[in-house]
Design a protein around this ligand. Structure first.
Ligand code: DAH
Length: 366
């Protein structure tokens, strides 16, 4: 600011000797402020305009208070006071408005920078379904609990006693070889991963007197080479019913009921002689094919029959291991492969599909 800056001179020096002339001087100042403010809209902050006009020390409002108002003559003093107040509030209002506008503009550009489009719909979360194995477990367990079986679970790490010996599979019995067992290295007492759910027959009968009616779902492990039809882990359901007077008819009736529930009301069954150390007699249970009804198709390999599970009447030798009197009690047992039954029923041809968790596969079983 130069020395002939009007705001540093008195009104007398400026020749403003009437209210009109004072008003003119103020309207020029107001126009000057408006120009500054208009320029400021484009600039980053309002600091410069604020200091220039409102600054305490040498802001224009302070200067004119000092040079115009204080020494003003009586004739013009009221006009100076009024005009000064009007200019002050004009400047305050304008700066407040500009500050608000700038804040809003700042928020907008921050939003643009973060690329948030608040009008976009949210991200939809896919809702999962129960896995096919789980669905099959639920279906199988429903069928058995409906006729009075209870569901029990047992350990996946077992001892040879429960997995083999007490099931009438002594050491060196060839049935041990079929089961390609995973032994746990260094485990005291030679623990192993159970090769079937049958050990739970023993654990249950050890603790409970007849009547016993249980189904045991669970994972089992075998050292198979994984391929289209084998994995090293699969799922079974064991079944056991022991009481006084349980006959082969009860066994056959239960098997028929199961087959009709699982594969449809027209399903028929047949028993083929088989061998398991813990049942006598033993049988493989077959059912008429649910796809062709028994006439022969791709699913039953043209035979009309599909294999359901192994079963039989509990071998009296097993009762010896759990302290049941074989003269008094009898019963039947069965062991089914859940994965096999699921694949057969739903036409899945490859075991790995059950374990890869590929959503394109899982989605087909909603
Ligand atoms: N434990 C047998 C296996 O895994 C299946 C089995 C067959 C279980 C007959 C039984 C049964 O309870 O009676 O191959």
């Amino acid at each position: 600011m130069t020395t002939n800056d009007p705001t540093r001179q008195t009104l007398a020096q400026l020749g403003a000797d009437s209210p009109d002339k004072v008003a003119t001087l103020f309207s020029e100042l107001r126009a000057a402020f408006d120009r500054d403010a208009a320029q400021d809209i484009a600039s980053i902050d309002l600091g410069i305009t604020r200091v220039k006009w409102q600054g305490r020390k040498s802001g224009i409002l302070s200067e004119i208070t000092e040079h115009w108002l204080k020494p003003a003559s009586k004739e013009v003093k009221p006009a100076v006071g009024q005009n000064l107040n009007a200019l002050k509030s004009h400047i305050e209002e304008r700066i407040a408005r500009l500050t608000a506008e700038k804040d809003a503009a700042g928020e907008q550009s921050a939003a643009a920078r973060d690329k948030i489009d608040l009008s976009l719909p949210g991200i939809e979360r896919a809702i999962g379904t129960r896995h096919l194995i789980r669905q099959t477990y639920d279906e199988l367990l429903r069928i058995f609990t409906a006729i009075g079986f209870s569901v029990v679970a047992g350990p996946e790490i077992e001892t040879p006693y429960y997995n083999f010996e007490a099931l009438n599979i002594p050491e060196h019995h060839p049935a041990r070889d079929n089961m390609d067992t995973f032994y746990i290295a260094g485990a005291r007492g030679g623990h192993l991963l159970r090769t079937h759910t049958s050990p739970m027959q023993i654990r249950t009968m050890e603790k409970q007197k007849p009547p016993v009616r249980i189904v045991v779902p669970g994972k089992v492990y075998r050292r198979d080479n994984p391929d289209a039809t084998h994995g090293y882990m699969f799922h079974q359901i064991e079944g056991l019913a022991v009481d006084t007077d349980i006959t082969f008819c009860d066994f056959k009736g239960t098997v028929d009921y199961f087959a009709r529930e699982f594969l449809g009301p027209k399903t028929k069954t047949r028993l083929r002689p088989s061998y398991f150390p813990f049942t006598e007699p033993s049988a493989e249970v077959d059912a008429t094919c649910h796809v062709c009804g028994g006439t022969g198709c791709r699913v039953c390999k043209q035979s009309g029959w599909i294999e359901l599970f192994g079963a039989g009447m509990v071998n009296p030798a097993v009762y010896g291991f759990v302290g049941y009197d074989p003269e008094k009690y009898s019963g039947f047992a069965f062991g089914m492969g859940v994965d096999r039954l699921a694949m057969m029923k739903y036409g899945v041809t490859e075991v790995p599909l059950l374990f890869q968790n590929d959503v394109r596969f899982l989605k087909q079983f909603p």
